[in-house]
Design a protein around this ligand. Structure first.
Ligand code: IDP
Length: 162
């Protein structure tokens, strides 16, 4: 796939990251945010929120019938969380790769879960798994006014003519 520089913005994606209570409790917020920033992703939204039962039942609807669903919900409510919107070229895949698989014990070193988690449940971050779910999830946690668009002086250095 050849993407010309002038059209790069057409291939930009936004994705949702949640810094879970395990990140807050273990003082990993700065570390994790810093990884995304250093990678070159642009922070286009960020806030601290308490997650209600309703929003968690929607967000984790695919796990609602699981026996551990209540534990997940409880663990997402022990502290507020930080929700972030990140933007970049193929940002959904980039962020999922940086996050690693669900089980921290199976996640490779170098990934966020691989470096900071030894747990399936307490795995530091949530990251959208497709552009389609990113769009739904960003709407779930942010209003339109909370997602920003602002110039990046380093844009050309980051992407050259990919
Ligand atoms: P993902 O977060 O890697 O996309 P999902 O299967 O969507 O994985 O699960 C959502 C979250 O629910 C996981 O990140 C983890 O915190 C929790 N979870 C998933 N499976 C289990 C389990 O078997 N035991 C406990 N918690 C789980």
């Amino acid at each position: 796939k050849v993407i010309f520089f002038n059209n790069l913005s057409d291939f930009m994606e936004k994705t949702l990251v949640i810094l879970k209570p395990s990140a807050i409790q273990r003082s990993l917020v700065g570390e994790v945010v810093s990884r995304f920033e250093k990678k070159g992703l642009q922070i286009v939204g960020m806030k601290m929120v308490s997650l209600s039962d309703a929003i968690l039942e929607e967000h984790y609807a695919h796990l609602k019938e699981k026996p551990f669903f209540k534990r997940i919900k409880d663990s997402m409510q022990v502290t507020p969380v930080i929700v972030m919107a990140l933007e970049g070229l193929e940002a959904v895949d980039v962020v999922r790769m940086m996050t690693g698989p669900t089980n921290g014990r199976k996640a490779h070193p170098g990934t966020i879960r691989g470096d900071f988690s030894v747990s399936v449940q307490e795995n530091i971050v949530h990251a959208s798994d497709s552009p389609e779910s990113a769009a739904v999830e960003l709407k779930r946690f942010f209003t339109e006014e909370e997602i920003f668009s602002y110039p990046r002086p380093t844009f050309a250095n980051l992407y050259a003519n990919d």
